[in-house]
Design a protein around this ligand. Structure first.
Ligand code: ADP
Ligand code: MG
Length: 367
């Protein structure tokens, strides 16, 4: 059971607390991604798991063993860093073999492990090269090779792809995913990039200011964000936010804003919130575009249409706040210039408390 369990994990530097009590159960073989803006405490949390930072308070167990005070090398974890941290004077094979030599493994074991890892990562032709003679992507593969060869219980990744250009990042992301499928090693991966989080994770942990905002599968977080922070962090372009008030309509709850209205889902939390100030969350891809004058549509002020091939982004504003609509171009091409509004299914609107930002309870569906 190579899971990782964090209970009430706190980190303080002197009087300043930066991680405020993290509770998280990572299951064996699971790929968990910690995501959040720069400075929210992702690396600090990961480094506490690795043993590179002391844990100020709380309990950390790896594979069922309490490890708060266990040295990094005895935790059976391997970490991959953004800056690769390779030994420049050693060739690829020796970089990969380094940890095994320290452990005094036999020459035969080392040679066969390096061969195997080189094959898994496509590094076989480069085993004799030094890091300076490799591309960024190859260097990051060597860093991963060094982690894999130790056969740890847990992989820890801290923004491993951030130094690579966009194309290589997409490629390496797929490689990491394939590698995890093949090796099945429990992994905790830190990134500020929500696309990496969405594509790699079994479960995403959204962090903000040293706290967890929400934990769940990528689609669950995308469809049912617990609050406006998660709603605006995941998804690109981000979820549109519209200030509104709930009123009682003939058929049920209705959101009013800007002299316009949208019917809301018939669920108790919304039915019982008449008069409440709320923020509506509307995903750019969940609306249906409507041409000028379509009955029942919400009108927006269109500023700019970007055509990106298969899809178009319509940049508009509503009550002075930006509002973006994403639509397929096929079938809409002739009307892109006429679009001035949208309709949306009540179930696809998310309603948040205007003050706290928390989602009103009982909304949404399981992905
Ligand atoms: N050695 C340190 N001393 C004091 N504050 C630190 C130290 N390391 C990190 N911090 C602070 O802790 C917070 C979290 O940092 P970090 O975990 O690196 O964030 P992230 O990885 O999410 O960008 C930041 O506000 C950072 O300034
Ligand atoms: Mg960091």
């Amino acid at each position: 059971m190579s899971g990782v369990s964090l209970k009430g994990i706190i980190k303080a530097y002197g009087a300043v607390q930066v991680v405020h009590g993290i509770d998280l159960e990572v299951q064996e073989k699971e790929f968990v991604v910690l995501v959040g803006p720069s400075g929210c405490g992702k690396s600090t949390t990961l480094r506490m798991i690795a043993g590179l930072e002391e844990i100020s308070d709380g309990e950390l167990t790896i594979d069922g063993r309490f490890v708060n005070r266990v040295a990094p090398k005895d935790r059976d974890v391997a970490m991959v860093f953004q800056n690769y941290a390779l030994y420049p004077h050693l060739n690829v094979a020796d970089n990969i073999a380094f940890g095994l030599r320290i452990r005094k493994e036999s020459k035969e074991t080392i040679a066969s492990s390096v061969d195997e890892v080189g094959e898994i990562l496509g590094l076989t032709p480069y085993l004799d090269r030094r890091p300076a003679d490799l591309s960024g992507g190859q260097r990051q593969r060597v860093a991963m090779g060094r982690a894999i060869v130790r056969r740890p219980k847990v992989f820890l990744f801290d923004e491993p792809l951030s130094n690579l250009d966009a194309k290589l990042r997409t490629q390496m992301r797929a490689e990491i995913k394939r590698l995890h499928k093949r090796l099945g090693v429990t992994s905790i991966y830190v990134t500020h990039d929500q696309v990496e989080a969405m594509t790699l994770a079994d479960r995403i942990v959204v962090m903000h200011d040293g706290r967890i905002e929400q934990v769940g599968s990528p689609m669950d977080l995308f469809l049912n964000p617990a609050n406006t922070f998660v709603a605006s962090f995941l998804g690109s372009p981000p979820m549109n936010m519209v200030k509104a008030r709930i009123v009682a309509g003939d058929q049920g709850p209705v959101a009013e804003f800007d002299g316009q209205s949208l019917p809301l889902a018939q669920i108790p939390a919304l039915q019982n919130s008449v008069g409440k100030a709320v923020t509506l969350g509307i995903r750019p891809e969940f609306v249906t575009v409507a041409a000028n004058g379509t009955p029942g549509c919400v009108n927006v002020d269109v500023d700019l249409v970007e055509t990106l091939g298969s899809e178009a982004l319509i940049h508009a504003s509503l009550q002075g706040d930006p509002f973006v609509i994403r639509t397929e171009t096929l079938g809409h091409l002739g009307m892109l210039g006429d679009i001035s509004g949208f309709t949306i299914e009540p179930d696809l609107i998310r309603v948040f408390d205007a003050e706290s930002g928390a989602a009103l309870p009982g909304q949404g569906t399981k992905s």
